[in-house]
Design a binder for this molecule. Structure first.
Ligand code: AMP
Ligand code: MG
Length: 489
């Protein structure tokens, strides 16, 4: 017995989920086990690596203490409401407490059909499973709140999309699998008791600090808003585009969740979209704050019935006022982030214009997002790395952006070396560039896993400029550019 479960979600009322075991697979094989995460979670990696561990990670056996469930949720997908989604191919095995006593869900994604599968097969294939593994672990290394990946298993069975593809199961670790869509599920059914019960659960488990306040539900709403504001600012800071910011893919704890057609920008352009299904750019890079705001208004609306103390008008006003705090909070978090990226420790009124001019120049010249900010770290130490020319070509009216920036830096007392070091902790050297991810996935589908191992190793230290990282820092050649990503369901 190697996992000690304590399953609080399974103790909630029966209508919150369906009890459902994973569907067994024929020839499971371990592709990747996250030893670092296993240790942090207090799990026995030797056991996870054993045949018995493999049986559990593939869904072939249920460990003692697990209470497998598929969670119910609804959601707004591309703006349209779907009253019943739910875990159609994921099964929550249960919750564990890590070495610090923090509670985490262990979920098997791709573990077979559930009562929420609708027309789907309940399965995932190796490409998207490894994609989620790579990108979520990279996000974690970049310091961005995210679900994590404990293991990837090949099932030995084909899944059928346009062609037959190798099936796989991802073991996902999350602080929570409650989504905005979970609240919407009860709201759309008029189940006020359900909303209250879920809100109390979320407060107890994730926001205990609001429990004692006079209006805990209002405080909950405000806390969820502020975590989303931070999260989206962090995404923008590293050029991340989630791709499917539906309310069912918006975690109540502010973790990045559900890695589908997500991507990191190479060339900077604010309207960048990769997802093949996002034809109107709803989830474009620079639209993400607006969408988060919209998603939060869906959350706020779902809380209305439990705000209502007999004075509906007042509740609506309160909820609206809370939602209205998002743009300001986001703007603050965004400015904080980009100030740090520019090496500014103090706030000054013209900072946002300095940031915007830089971004406009980058867009005009098609500058590589990651490498431009990284080059800025060197420039902060006086290194001439050709950045001046690039920016000069992109800045309107021959304005000397680098000169203005140096003048602005000179108003602070931080030494260039300290500043550059701090900048190198917010401007990564390596990100999971789309062309690298794609080539690693292609190799993996062919049964070659070395490139995967190497990429994961490099992404685990994103701030380092080691010689071994160099090939991973190069932007794609024109023929390597990935123009579209797919959700891979
Ligand atoms: P996603 O696009 O992964 O966020 O999924 C949206 C909804 O579709 C969720 O309710 C999923 O459980 C469901 N879904 C996605 N893929 C499958 C599948 N292969 N089988 C069953 N349900 C699925
Ligand atoms: Mg989803």
């Amino acid at each position: 017995m190697s996992i000690y479960f304590d399953n609080s979600y399974a103790r909630l009322p029966a209508r919150f989920y369906a009890r459902q075991s994973p569907v067994a697979v024929s020839r499971p094989r371990l592709i990747k086990l996250n030893l670092e995460l296993a240790t942090k979670l207090g799990l026995d990696s030797a056991w996870l690596n054993s045949c018995e561990g493999l049986e559990v990670l593939s869904g072939n056996s249920i460990p003692d203490g697990a209470e497998p469930i598929a969670m119910a949720y609804a959601g707004h997908q591309f703006g349209g409401f779907v009253p019943q989604l739910g875990d159609g191919r994921a099964i929550l095995l249960g919750e564990i407490l890590d070495t610090r006593g923090e509670r985490f869900d262990i979920q098997l994604k791709g573990a077979g059909r559930t009562p929420f599968s609708r027309t789907g097969d309940g399965r995932a294939w190796l490409g998207p499973v490894l994609r989620e593994y790579i990108v979520s672990e990279s996000m974690h290394a970049l310091g961005i709140p995210t679900t994590r990946s404990l293991a990837a298993i090949a099932t030995g069975e084909p899944v059928y999309r346009e062609t037959a593809l190798p099936g796989a199961v991802l073991t996902r670790i999350a602080r929570s699998h409650v989504r905005i869509g979970t609240f919407e599920y009860f709201f759309s059914r008029g189940d006020t008791e359900g909303i209250r019960c879920l809100a109390d659960y979320v407060i107890d488990r994730h926001y205990p600090e609001v429990a004692e306040s006079e209006q805990p539900y209002r405080e909950l709403l405000l806390s969820v808003i502020s975590r989303q504001a931070d999260l989206i600012a962090q995404w923008l800071g590293i050029g991340f585009i989630h791709g499917v910011m539906n309310t069912d893919n918006t975690s109540i704890v502010g973790e990045t969740i559900d890695y589908g057609p997500c991507a990191f920008m190479d060339t900077y352009h604010p309207e960048t979209v990769y997802s093949s299904i996002d034809t109107r750019g709803r989830y474009a890079y620079n639209n993400q704050p607006r969408i988060a705001h919209w998603n939060l208004s869906c959350f706020a609306q779902s809380l209305l019935p439990i705000f209502d103390d007999g004075n509906e008008g007042k509740s609506v006003e309160e909820v609206q006022a809370a939602v209205d705090t998002f743009p300001r909070q986001f703007e603050q978090a965004y400015l904080d982030r980009f100030r740090k990226k520019l090496g500014l420790f103090e706030a000054q009124p013209d900072d946002s214009s300095l940031i915007n001019t830089l971004l406009e120049a980058m867009a005009a010249t098609g500058a590589d997002f990651t490498n431009t900010f990284r080059a800025l770290c060197d420039a902060a130490e006086g290194m001439d790395n050709g950045l001046g020319k690039v920016l000069h070509d992109g800045v309107a009216g021959n304005d000397d952006w680098l000169g203005n920036w140096h003048a602005r830096l000179a108003q602070e007392t931080t030494s260039p070396a300290v500043r550059a070091a701090a900048m190198r902790r917010v401007n990564p050297a390596v990100i999971p560039r789309n062309h690298l991810v794609e080539s690693v996935l292609e190799a993996a589908v062919e049964g070659e896993f070395n490139p995967l191992e190497k990429l994961l190793e490099v992404l685990a230290s994103p701030w380092d400029e080691e010689p071994r990282n160099l090939p991973y820092r190069r932007p794609p050649e024109p023929h390597e550019v990935v123009h579209q990503t797919f959700c891979g369901t």
